[in-house]
Ligand binder design. Structure first.
Ligand SMILES: Cc1cc2nc3c(=O)[nH]c(=O)nc-3n(C[C@H](O)[C@H](O)[C@H](O)COP(=O)(O)OP(=O)(O)OC[C@H]3O[C@@H](n4cnc5c(N)ncnc54)[C@H](O)[C@@H]3O)c2cc1C
Length: 491
């Protein structure tokens, strides 16, 4: 019998449109499907707590799908090379297939593993399972990576999108030997989900990880909410966005699958084209983040614009804590931070508001915010999170200018005009009428009394006043402009 081949699943926990799995099956050899909980091994960034919660569900669902196809998931724990070499020793595997990943430490590790295994005589093949285009495929006329989104989007739209591969019905397998059984670890024993205390009690009611659920969410979204997405996506009280981000994060759905489904629908219902284009452009933002992460591997760790190295951050730990707990006294900020804590997700518009508030109103280094999001988001993504934080901070390769400082009151009034979003996540303000819900400190005493609100007792007053905080941020930024100039932001 032919020696088996390995498929190493990493953030591509699906059977459909999985090129590494498809190529392994095409060899005709028995396929062993494995994944490795690498955690902090090999310099990889440890996964945050909310993402670990998701990973548990994702791996469980993957194993179920594999079993339906006649295979099963071999779950390993520890440094990847050791784990893979142990499987090779136990099975005599002759080849390994994986889909690529793009954070610097991941690339370095994969290159090392590839070299070691190739030196041992194994065939190692990698594929694009995560993106529409590889970071090196979409280049400007000078043959360089794009630095700015709009021309990047134009270039992407001019390229064909590869058709997604169907999920295999069966996966040729091999019974597990004693050696393999000895290597496998038990998912439940890995402690990916919190128990004591279980801070994720609301996650289960909000999210269902897994490929089948990702597909269902896409179908529900396309049938129910795509119409009106372009406008509705900015209203946090409405369920108007796809909420596919954690499914994307764990590769339970591929951008090619989404592209295909959306294009197909627009073929049948051309009136949806403007909403569809907006959605697809968001999916391209995701590719763009990955492209930038690939070109600038330091994005999660360091401000890209050199002058931000000297930014006079205040970094007051009390302010950071108030922000994390949703107790800044700005209702839209607090609602967002509490949505994040309770559900592991936050609406995009509110992510922008809370991020701007932390960096600019509180003069807190964006990396503190990035780290908190990394720990608390179920969709915490190495490229999107770092890139988005630098975009808001004004320090990124393509970013919003620093002097664009969101006013949390007017943002709230514009995007949550009735205050429904605030009422959902800041229940102590539920009785405040819409005209004061985003600035309860302006409400007459009688209105607050009727609403059962006592500022600084039942709900905090503003942690910093908006006007002076804005001026302080601009002065801090000007101190950089008067000093050393970086090159990146001045284009
Ligand atoms: C400070 C900050 C941090 C963020 N951190 C993350 C993160 O860790 N992980 C993450 O996936 N997104 C992140 N985003 C981007 C965005 O907020 C989420 O992708 C979006 O809210 C997910 O909701 P959705 O799936 O309903 O999006 P939809 O509007 O339905 O969009 C569809 C898909 O497009 C992609 N997408 C949407 N908006 C963006 C964007 N601005 N940048 C890149 N891709 C996008 C996502 O994969 C999303 O699932 C961050 C944004 C900000 C401002």
């Amino acid at each position: 019998m032919a020696s088996p081949v390995l498929v190493w699943f990493r953030d591509d926990y699906r059977l459909g449109d999985n090129p590494a799995l498809a190529a392994a099956i095409e060899t005709g050899a028995p396929v062993i499907c494995l994944t490795i909980l690498e955690n902090a091994a090999d310099g990889l960034r440890p996964m945050g707590a909310a993402a670990r919660w998701w990973l548990h569900g994702s791996l469980k669902a993957l194993d179920e799908s594999l079993r339906k196809a006649g295979s099963r998931l071999l779950l390993l724990h520890g440094p990847a090379l050791e784990a893979i070499e142990a499987v090779i020793s136990a099975t005599g595997a002759s080849a390994i297939f994986w889909n690529r990943r793009y954070a610097a430490a991941e690339i370095a590790l994969d290159s090392t593993i590839k070299k070691r295994l190739t030196d041992r005589g194994l065939s190692v093949q990698s594929f694009n399972g995560r993106l529409l285009n590889e970071p090196w495929q979409v280049l400007n006329q000078a043959g360089k990576p794009f630095q700015v989104f709009t021309p990047y989007l134009r270039a992407v739209l001019a390229r064909p999108v590869e058709a997604p591969r169907p999920a295999p019905r069966t996966i040729p397998g091999t019974p597990w030997s004693k050696g393999m059984t000895a290597l496998s670890v038990d998912l439940e024993g890995l402690g990916l989900r919190p128990t004591n205390p279980d801070w994720a009690t609301e996650f289960g009611g909000t999210w269902q990880p897994g490929e089948r659920n990702a597909r269902q969410r896409l179908i529900d979204f396309l049938e129910g909410s795509l119409q009106g997405y372009a406008l509705g996506r900015d209203a946090p009280a409405r369920d108007a966005t796809s909420r596919l981000s954690p499914h994307f994060r764990f590769g339970e759905i591929s951008p090619r699958q989404v592209w295909r489904a959306v294009s197909h629908l627009v073929g049948e219902r051309p009136e949806l084209a403007p909403d569809a284009q907006k959605l697809l452009s968001e999916v391209v933002w995701r590719d763009f983040s990955y492209q930038l992460l690939h070109v600038y591997p330091h994005l999660p760790e360091k401000s890209h614009a050199p002058r931000f190295a000297k930014f006079p951050w205040d970094n007051d730990p009390k302010n950071l804590k108030a922000w994390q707990r949703g107790r800044t006294g700005y209702p839209i900020v607090d609602a967002g931070m509490r949505q994040l804590w309770r559900t592991g997700w936050m609406h995009n518009r509110v992510r922008m508001i809370v991020a701007s508030f932390l960096v600019k109103h509180l003069l807190t280094d964006w990396r503190h915010g990035e780290a908190w999001f990394w720990d608390t988001l179920v969709d915490a993504d190495p490229a999107n999170n770092a890139f988005s934080w630098q975009w808001i901070a004004g320090s990124g390769p393509d970013s919003s200018p620093f002097h664009r400082i969101f006013n949390p009151v007017t943002q709230g009034e514009k995007f949550d005009p009735k205050g429904d979003y605030v009422r959902t996540f800041v229940p102590e303000l539920a009785g405040v009428p819409a005209n004061f819900i985003h600035k309860p400190w302006d409400a007459p005493a009688s209105v607050l009394k009727d609403a059962g609100v006592e500022l600084d007792k039942t709900y905090p007053g503003p942690i910093v006043p908006h006007g002076p905080a804005r001026e302080r941020a601009l002065a801090a930024f000007r101190s950089l402009r008067d000093g050393e100039y970086g090159t990146e932001l001045d284009r």
